[in-house]
Structures are given as structure tokens and as C-alpha cells.
Design a protein around this ligand. Structure first.
Ligand code: ADP
Ligand code: MG
Length: 339
């Protein structure tokens, strides 16, 4: 990706915009590299995101700036914190691979992915605190700003204190009333309506991803791990993904299939997956609670509480799925926070 249109080559001690001296690499994504820098003017440290330079990345960066500014304005007008990363300023840098948008952010801590990788999984109480914080953030972004994030995953949620997180990476976020995106979300966190092509999308698309994220924080394993087909397999990765959902959450409601734009040939007229064999959980079996007990040594009570909560975030039907705001009032989140 270090080619024309790709990443800008950065070295430690490089100075950008006459003030930001590069200290170390913080992370990277499909769109950018991100660097911890010392700001010579203020003496504080910031995170500098340097976008790839091809037009689609520049457009994503300009979109990210637009969405972040709107979130910040809305938070200011309501005199509250947004729990979305604060954008300080942006500028351009020109290099051997083209012209790059650079965004200066407040410096946050490590990502939830780093946190999981370090310890394998996070303690229940900490996951509750993080979930509460993330849902509060999303309730504001959805209901007060009218924005869908579309890429909730461990790499894009950063710790900023014990049990406290902020949301980053608004590059693919959009205003709900101006949506044109057809393919949203990173595979493991993709909602059923995203897989089936049922748009326009609604805020609960992000809530599905939160459900997947909560499971992963508690267990260290992704809830869904769709398999790429091997030669001879009659199914696609999308069908493998849906089959895993059926095995955990039960059959897909025909009402969802009525509205789909893709995948008509994946299902029989009885709304059963046609090309891949699946066994839905037997009646009365709470499959997620079973997995938590059998594979991750959860107590029956904890497993059942978590699973009851997740069932509301992982409803197949976007309009029946809990909103971020409603999820905040579910029993699993009602214990007092630990901070
Ligand atoms: P991309 O759009 O390329 O995915 P992100 O905005 O997600 O870029 O940033 C990529 C990575 O950089 C994140 O996963 C995280 O590791 C790190 N990062 C991003 N913003 C910050 C920040 N404000 N403070 C600390 N690290 C950050
Ligand atoms: Mg990212």
C-alpha cells in the first residue's frame, strides 16, 4: 500500500505542519496510518491520521471531517460530551504517493482489540462499563446527530480510562437522511440487513455490531466467523455467515427475506438456507448461553443474563432490534458502574 494513491511514508522525528513531531506509530487501517506526535506549539501529544491519497480515500477523509464537525457542534449546543474522538484540525501534506488529508485528533489509549489480545478477554464488570459508554455514545450519534457509524469493531473503539471508551474512525459514517452506501460494516460485525441488502439502513445496524463486540470482549472470540468457501462448496461466505446466525439465533424470519435485494437463490420458498446445512437450536435451547457456559466457563446465571441482553441487540429484524437508547435500559446494564 506504500504506492501512488496509498499510504504516505512517515518516519519518527518527521515534523508535520511545522509543529507535530512524530514519536511512534499508533495504528493503521485500510484508509490510513496513525501516529503519536508531540505538538511543539502546545507541548501536548496528539494522534495524527494520515490518509491514503487516492480520491476515494480523500473523499472518505472529507466525509469523516464533516461528520465529526457536526457531532462536535451538536455536542456543544447540548453542552455535553459526545464520547466520539475530538478532531482538532486538519491539513494536507504532499509526498511521493500523492496529496494526503491529515487529521489531528486528541490522543486516546489503546484499542479494544489490543485490550483483548493482551488478556484474552475482559472482566464482566469492565465489559458492562464499556458497553454502557459505547451505547450512550451511539444513542447520541444516532438520535441527536442522525449519523450511522457503520464500522463498530474492536479496532475502532479506544480506551480513554478504566471502563471508558471513545469511538473513532468516522470515515464510512453517513447521515441517515443522505445514505447511498450499499455495502456496510466489517464482515464479522455485519448485520443481517447488510448481508441481505435491505436499505435504507437504520441506526440499529450499529447495535447489531455492538452485540457482536460485547460477545468478543467477554470471550476473546468473534461471535461470527464466516467461512470462505473452498473449491466444490456450493455456498458463499454470506451464506456461511447466515448459517452461523441460524445456529445461534434460530431461523431467519420470512418477514426479513421479503425485503431483501440480494441472495434470493440462497433460500428455499420456506425461507430455509438452500446450499448449506444448518441445525437451528432445539426449541427452548438458549444457544449463546450454552456456548458461554460450555466454552467459556460462565456461570449459568451470568451466561443467561448476557444472552438475554444480547438477544435484544441481535434481533434479525432491524425495526424490532433494541435501539442504543433502549439497550441502555436493559437489565444487564443496570448495576452501578464501577467508576
Ligand atoms: P482507518 O480509517 O484507516 O481504519 P482509524 O481512524 O480507524 O483509521 O485509525 C486506525 C488505528 O489508529 C486505530 O485502530 C487505532 O489503533 C489508532 N488510532 C486512531 N485514532 C487514534 C487516537 N485518537 N488515539 C490513539 N490511537 C488512535
Ligand atoms: Mg479503523
Amino acid at each position: 500500500d506504500y504506492v501512488m494513491g496509498g499510504y504516505h511514508p512517515v518516519s519518527v522525528n518527521d515534523v508535520y505542519d511545522d509543529r507535530y513531531r512524530v514519536v511512534e506509530k499508533l495504528g493503521w487501517g485500510v484508509y490510513s496510518t496513525v501516529w503519536r506526535c508531540l505538538d511543539a506549539k502546545s507541548g501536548t501529544e496528539i494522534a495524527l491520521k494520515i490518509q491514503k491519497s487516492a480520491p476515494e480515500y480523500t473523499n472518505a477523509a472529507l466525509n469523516e471531517i464533516d461528520v465529526l464537525r457536526t457531532i462536535q457542534q451538536q455536542a456543544r449546543s447540548q453542552n455535553r460530551e459526545s464520547d466520539v474522538v475530538v478532531l482538532v484540525e486538519h491539513f494536507y501534506v504532499s509526498g511521493p504517493h500523492g496529496n494526503h488529508v491529515c487529521m489531528v485528533f486528541e490522543l486516546l489509549g489503546r484499542t479494544l482489540l489490543h485490550a483483548i489480545q493482551e488478556t484474552g478477554s475482559l472482566p464482566l464488570q469492565e465489559v458492562r462499563d464499556i458497553t454502557r459508554c459505547l451505547l450512550r455514545c451511539l444513542a447520541f450519534v444516532h438520535d441527536s446527530v442522525g449519523v450511522l457509524h457503520t464500522d463498530i469493531k474492536p479496532e475502532n473503539v479506544l480506551l480513554c480510562g478504566p471502563g471508558r471508551v471513545k469511538l473513532v474512525d468516522l470515515g464510512t459514517a453517513f447521515f441517515l437522511d443522505k445514505q447511498t452506501a450499499r455495502d456496510i460494516q466489517t464482515r464479522e460485525y455485519r448485520c443481517p440487513e447488510g448481508i441481505l441488502g435491505i436499505w435504507p439502513f437504520t441506526p440499529t445496524a450499529d447495535v447489531w455490531s455492538v452485540g457482536c463486540l460485547v460477545f468478543e470482549l467477554l470471550t476473546g472470540e468473534t461471535l461470527f466467523d464466516p467461512q470462505s468457501p473452498r473449491p466444490g462448496d456450493a455456498f458463499t461466505k454470506d451464506e456461511s455467515h447466515l448459517a452461523q446466525a441460524v445456529e445461534l439465533l434460530g431461523p431467519i424470519p420470512p418477514a426479513l427475506l421479503d425485503k431483501r435485494a440480494r441472495g434470493h437463490h440462497w433460500f428455499t420458498p420456506q425461507a430455509q438456507l438452500r446450499n448449506i446445512s444448518v441445525a437451528p437450536p432445539p426449541p427452548g435451547c438458549d444457544a449463546i448461553a450454552r456456548v458461554l457456559q460450555d466454552n467459556f466457563a460462565f456461570s449459568p446465571n451470568d451466561a443467561s443474563d448476557v444472552s438475554t441482553f444480547l438477544a435484544r441487540l441481535l434481533d434479525y429484524l432491524p425495526e424490532k432490534r433494541a435501539s442504543a437508547n433502549l439497550a441502555l435500559s436493559l437489565p444487564w446494564l443496570q448495576d452501578p458502574p464501577s467508576f
